[in-house]
Ligand binder design. Structure first.
Ligand code: NCD
Length: 306
């Protein structure tokens, strides 16, 4: 059964059509308000979430469907030792589609292989987070009008930041994209993303530790939080957590049409004063995430019915 585990499971044309549907939902929400009547989304969240889970739920309700699920591993049978494979088989008896977040890389794939309904990866450990990327893509599209020829800076925890891995995978398929990777030495992009995506496709990229040196060249700046929960020791986290703080002074070095993005939650990476700058896009990004999840649920349910 087809789901969405990695953003490149979908072709560029399929992503373009999700963007078209999301834009149509924004313009004509009533047209969609009963499209999922009688359908159930199961949200299986084994890891904390605010935006992703609630935006999936809001998306399903706005399509006229219903939602079942849990928001903590501790309230599920995984604490009794149930495997992801078994959970996926069980939930397939209750729901029509699954959105699952789990701390283990590869867990969404295991769920998809065992479920008889579509599975959407809502984040698998430090690996990937394709629906955040759908939100990011709609944001970039609405801000910039296209994906081609952009210089995109990704800043912060590029090692554990799953949203970064998925966004690079998605953008690697458009033309003329330049990546600027800004991170501390210890939090550089994993070599599997560098080799399998950037080098394999001959994509231009630079790596730097300084945000100030490169901010003036960027069309998009994607800030990220240092992923505390993926660190082995607290000392390293404390040393690295405030490596980058985007404030008005640094923003004054940027282009007037820069788009500042962040998947949220924000800790200290963007000072609150930046929120009022017209270049700040991160709260719009949240809203766009809901529309893209609506478009995605519609697509996967339609395909499942065929
Ligand atoms: C991100 C995640 O879960 O990876 N959050 C989100 O879904 N918007 C980013 C993060 O937690 O830092």
């Amino acid at each position: 059964m087809r789901g969405l585990i990695d953003i490149t499971d979908f072709s560029v044309e399929e992503i373009d059509s999700l963007i078209d549907v999301a834009n149509d939902i924004i313009d004509n929400p009533k047209k969609y308000s009963e499209k999922c009547k009688g359908k159930k989304l199961a949200t299986l969240f084994f890891e904390p979430s605010t935006r992703t889970r609630l935006s999936f739920e809001a998306a399903m309700y706005e399509l006229g469907g219903n939602v079942i699920g849990f928001s903590e591993a501790s309230s599920s049978s995984s604490t009794k030792g149930e495997s992801v494979a078994d959970t996926a088989k069980v939930i397939s008896c209750y729901a029509d589609i699954i959105a699952m977040r789990h701390p283990k890389e590869g867990s969404a794939y295991v769920a998809m292989k065992n479920a008889t309904i579509p599975v959407i990866n809502a984040g698998d450990g430090g690996h990937c987070h394709p629906t955040q990327t759908l939100a990011d893509l709609l944001t970039i599209y609405r801000e910039k009008g296209s994906f081609d020829n952009l210089t995109v800076g990704l800043c912060g925890d590029l090692k554990f930041g799953r949203t970064v891995h998925s966004l690079i995978g998605a953008l690697s398929r458009y033309s003329g994209i330049k990546f600027v990777l800004i991170s501390p030495e210890e939090l550089k992009l994993p070599s599997y993303v560098k080799n399998d995506v950037l080098k394999k496709n001959n994509l231009p990229y630079i790596q730097t530790t300084s945000l100030e040196d490169v901010i003036g060249e960027l069309d998009v700046l994607y800030m990220t939080r240092v992923q505390r929960e993926r660190f082995f020791n607290e000392e390293d986290y404390l040393r690295l957590k405030d490596s980058y703080i985007l404030d008005l002074k640094k923003l004054s070095l940027a282009k007037d049409n820069l788009s500042v993005m962040h998947p949220l939650p924000r800790v200290n990476e963007i000072s609150v004063a930046v929120d009022n700058d017209p270049r700040a896009c991160y709260f719009k990004q949240v809203l766009y995430g809901k529309y893209m999840r609506m478009a995605l649920i519609l697509k996967l349910l339609e395909e499942a019915e065929k």
